[in-house]
Write a protein of this length. Structure first.
Length: 506
């Protein structure tokens, strides 16, 4: 058995999918370069209102209440990709026949999804969830299923052996014959497939040749074309061209929510999630403002439109567009869904989705560069680190080698005590009196005292090849004050000739 999916008025359906509120309104689609735009598709309500196909834009604007939209190739590509995702959710063998047509092999799927009738109903419901209205045909050969989908509204299931009977009432136009053949058949009075199937084959071939016999075979439902499976790339992107440029974030959030729900539905149909969101906004024509490009990387693969919307809202509040937005492109990078083993009584805490929202809110207060995990840089300069993003908890596993355990002598009292260093962040500025290059008296904060002993200097320097070059002499000093001796790590910055107290030994 084969199933065929056909989307009537596909250009109009792609626009209505991006703007669901237009589903109940009279809508006409325009195509062409201004001022030569003409109506190419109009729904039933628009035709009743007077917006007929072929009218110019100026003429169509006279039709009361009709909404005019320009044809959008980006929205058609996104709608076609969503249609393929729905088909791949049911069958691994899918043929990309046309923008408005998809064919799939459903043989052997009854053990998973049920009867062909149930498969067709579930497939139609899935397509409706992504915002498209489809016609479906199910038959034992591809051509019959395709002609049923194009000729009958709703869902049509043709049992084997009844192909010619069920296809008989359809117009000859459903076979898409050449114009001269269609004209010839019309002159003979052949209007439907039943009349074409009943013609004698030999006289038909004498007048119309092999093409006539091929059309008669299709009219009888005896096609034998094989399915040609295609494997489209996993590219998940939605585009929306706004009727009027938007300046406020609230209406932008409404548009983004609809796009996110469509993308999440497509990913769910492929049993995938996403670990990165990429957004590009084309701003209103302004020479000083380019496109706004933002990317949000997620710590783990997720599939929650509400979480994604909140993350985009927080990101736009921190980086608002500098001009009104007229076009939005939203893309999700596909990834395998995460698999986690939760406890029997408690869920994983904190949940990655909630943690990501908390981090986004905090970064809006303290700044993106001041939030994350401190990572020490591979350099000789002390206390140099950078902030990197939080990742999943499994990334922070602690590894303790056997060698480190065997060398840990802190629990053996016979090996003597060890010093602990308390570092000051930032280092404390100090006034130091020196003699022969060695510190002899130190004062910082409320501590003043003579240097009882010192060790050093130890010269350290680095990054001399850049503007951030540094060089310093380090000392360990024992300072005598009222409570006794105290050990400190100090250093002298050779560039500024200033002294600083870096740490204290306990």
């Amino acid at each position: 058995m084969f199933a065929a999916i056909f989307i009537p008025d596909f250009a109009l359906e792609a626009i209505v999918r991006a703007e669901p509120l237009l589903r109940e309104r009279p809508v006409a689609v325009l195509e062409g370069a201004p001022p030569l735009e003409r109506v190419i598709i109009a729904n039933a309500k628009a035709q009743i209102a007077g917006a007929a196909v072929g009218l110019t834009k100026a003429q169509a604007e006279q039709a009361r209440g009709v909404v005019l939209r320009a044809r959008s190739s980006e929205q058609e590509v996104a709608a076609h990709a969503a249609l393929l995702d729905c088909a791949h959710a049911f069958s691994p063998r899918v043929e990309d026949a046309a923008l408005d047509t998809v064919l799939l092999d459903i043989a052997g799927l009854d053990r998973i999804f049920g009867t062909p009738q149930k498969i067709a109903r579930d497939l139609a419901r899935k397509i409706s969830e992504i915002g498209l209205e489809a016609q479906l045909g199910v038959a034992s050969n591809l051509e019959t299923a395709l002609h049923a989908a194009r000729g009958f509204a709703g869902i049509t299931v043709i049992p084997p052996g009844e192909e010619a009977l069920r296809l008989g009432p359809l117009s000859v136009d459903v076979l898409a014959p050449a114009p001269e053949i269609l004209q010839t058949l019309d002159s003979w009075g052949i209007r439907n497939l039943r009349a074409l199937a009943s013609l004698p084959p030999i006289p038909l071939s004498e007048r119309l040749g092999a093409e006539g016999l091929r059309l008669q075979t299709l009219a009888r439902g005896e096609g034998s074309r094989p399915l040609v499976p295609t494997d489209p790339p996993l590219h998940f992107e939605e585009a929306t061209e706004l009727e009027h440029p938007l300046e406020m974030l609230e209406p932008l959030a409404f548009v983004l929510n609809r796009m996110l729900e469509s993308l999440c539905a497509r990913l769910q149909a492929r049993s995938l999630a996403t670990n990165e969101l990429r957004m590009r906004m084309e701003l209103d024509s302004s020479p000083r403002c380019g496109d706004l490009v933002r990317a949000i990387r997620l710590p783990v693969p997720m599939l929650d439109a509400k979480v994604f919307l909140k993350l985009l809202q927080l990101d736009l509040e921190a980086h608002p567009p500098q001009a009104p937005v007229r076009k939005i492109f939203l893309q999700m990078e596909p990834a395998r869904p995460r698999q986690s083993q939760n406890g029997l009584f408690l869920a994983a805490s904190p949940e990655p989705e909630r943690l990501e929202l908390v981090l986004a809110r905090v970064s809006g207060v303290v700044g993106e560069k001041n939030l994350g995990v401190a990572e020490i840089l591979d350099t000789h300069r002390a206390d140099v680190f950078r902030m990197r993003r939080f990742t999943s908890v499994s990334s922070f596993g602690l590894r303790v080698s056997r060698k480190s355990k065997s060398n840990d002598n802190s629990s053996n009292p016979k090996l003597g005590c060890k010093l602990a260093m308390r570092r000051f962040h930032p280092p404390l500025r100090a006034n130091v009196l020196t003699h022969a290059g060695e510190p002899v008296r130190v004062s910082f904060l409320n501590i003043r005292g003579e240097v009882a002993a010192c060790a050093g200097p130890w010269r350290a320097s680095g990054e001399w090849w850049s503007n951030d070059g540094w060089s310093r002499d380090e000392w360990d000093v024992a300072v005598q004050h009222k409570s006794g001796l105290a050990l400190y790590r100090m250093y002298r910055d050779l560039a500024s000739e200033s002294w600083f107290v870096e740490a204290r030994y306990d």
